[in-house]
Design a protein around this ligand. Structure first.
Ligand SMILES: [Zn+2]
Length: 240
């Protein structure tokens, strides 16, 4: 009987000790209830103006008339609005940009996104035919078409990182887009969501594509900010 009591006391003592240790530990790891929660998010790495951009970074993948898509390139796609698809890595930022543009009182319309090789070929051939119908020779027609619709295999839309956005009030893809409320807002804010106006005015020789105040390319928030601050187009930025 006496032995049992001693064992019971020892057991209670052990339980109490464990409880005290646990209490002490939990006090140590529990944050102060009044303290702000500690964010688990890793802050984005800032890209300094002097830093040489890494051309191997997927966000900076250069696709233009002189740099075709990597062989067999197939991005992982995510469906966004109106049945459009984009590279999954830019879908959330694109949706946030469109939502905030609408919250600012505008009416953006996503009208082009990821394109397959077949789709790009179809668009390009249609434009070549139009140029031929205007009296151009086939080679002239192909050269003229290429400035407006990239030659298949050289379109950023095939990367899944480019989108065309117009104002619902004016859905014509011409220079007048730049005066619409949607483009005014996008040009001012797109970099905050990781997008750049990819074909700016006066950069046609560098980009190979006419001024397109509707075509936005995702490069990630850090690079978008750096490119905006630099005033360079993507080709120039990569050659710094
Ligand atoms: Zn485009």
């Amino acid at each position: 009987m006496q032995k049992n009591r001693i064992l019971l006391s020892l057991g209670l003592l052990a339980a109490l000790s464990v409880g005290l240790i646990w209490f002490g530990l939990s006090q140590e790891v529990s944050p102060d209830s009044n303290a702000a929660p500690v964010s688990q998010a890793v802050p984005p790495t800032p890209v300094s103006q002097e830093e040489t951009p890494d051309p191997a970074d997927w966000r900076l993948c250069l696709v233009n008339p002189w740099h075709p898509l990597p062989e067999g390139y197939q991005p992982q796609l995510t469906q966004v609005e109106n049945g459009h698809q984009v590279d999954s890595r830019c879908a959330a930022d694109l949706e946030a940009m469109l939502a905030d543009c609408r919250a600012a009182g505008h009416a953006p319309l996503l009208c082009s996104s990821y394109r397959t090789q077949e789709k790009q070929t179809q668009l390009y051939n249609n434009l070549v035919q139009k140029q031929i119908a205007r009296g151009n020779s086939r080679s002239e027609a192909m050269a003229k078409a290429a400035k407006e619709v990239a030659v298949p295999g050289t379109s950023e839309h095939q990367l899944g990182l480019a989108v065309d956005i117009v104002d619902t009030q004016n859905q014509v893809l011409n220079r007048a887009q730049e005066d619409t409320a949607v483009q005014q807002w996008l040009m001012e804010h797109c970099w905050e969501y990781g997008f750049i106006l990819r074909y700016p005015p006066d950069k046609e020789e560098k980009t190979g594509i006419i001024y397109e105040p509707w075509h936005y390319r995702y490069v990630g928030r850090e690079y978008a900010q750096a490119i905006r601050q630099s005033g360079l187009c993507l080709e120039e930025f990569l050659q710094r």
